[in-house]
Design a protein around this ligand. Structure first.
Ligand SMILES: O=P(O)(O)OC[C@H]1O[C@H](OP(=O)(O)OP(=O)(O)O)[C@H](O)[C@@H]1O
Ligand code: HPA
Length: 183
């Protein structure tokens, strides 16, 4: 399946692969500056954050470690179920570590508000969040996010790790899906 083909299922491209790459590089430079000389652990939230974690970490120039958590609240639909489940926990003890959570998207903010209170109880030295995309509703759940790629409208988007029913994660651009895909 080539990109030109799946890209045909988009009604609108919000960000091209070049837009995403440029923004990731800018944020990586900010992270380099903020964490220089610190013991940084990046925590990726599976599955969606795989793309941004791979690109962000390689755009960074400082040392870091990586670990992963899998949390699910969406199942296969486009609406958050509101029920957050840990499917895979960390392999690392984060107490006393500088932790940066790496996410693909914050939509309702439910996933992250659960995750952050869970991680905070493990007593890291610091705990911050980077997300590639953020929707307006996230503000209501009062999740403080240090690094945001792009603030986007309240529409269901796919690409760059973001899926619809498991598909479109491998799309290099990010956009909204054509209605014929849902029906
Ligand atoms: O702010 P929220 O409304 O809670 O939504 C954000 C979460 O939803 C997506 O994960 P999903 O549960 O779809 O799993 P996935 O990463 O495997 O696609 C995304 O990766 C975030 O983790
Ligand atoms: O807009 C979205 N697209 C894909 N996955 C998501 N998970 C939360 N919001 C979204």
């Amino acid at each position: 399946m080539d990109d030109a083909h799946i890209e045909g299922d988009l009604t609108r491209v919000l960000y091209s692969a070049e837009d995403v790459a440029r923004r990731v590089t800018e944020i990586a430079a900010e992270i380099d500056e903020a964490y220089r000389g610190k013991d940084l652990l990046l925590i990726g939230v599976l599955n969606g954050a795989v793309m941004v974690m791979a690109d962000l970490s390689r755009a960074m120039k400082i040392h870091c470690e990586m670990d992963w958590m899998a949390i699910s609240s969406y199942g296969s639909g486009t609406q958050s179920s509101g029920v957050v489940r840990i499917l895979k926990d960390l392999n690392t003890d984060i107490s006393g570590r500088h932790v940066l959570v790496v996410e693909d998207i914050i939509d309702t903010g439910l996933t992250l508000s659960y995750l952050i209170s869970n991680l905070r109880s493990r007593e890291p030295a610091s705990l911050e969040i980077m997300t590639m995309f953020r929707k307006p509703e996230a503000q209501k759940n009062m999740v403080k996010v240090k690094y945001v790629g792009f603030d986007i409208p309240n529409e269901f988007v796919v690409g760059y790790g973001l899926d619809y029913a498991g598909h479109y994660r491998n799309l290099t651009s990010v956009g909204t899906l054509s209605p014929h895909v849902y029906s």
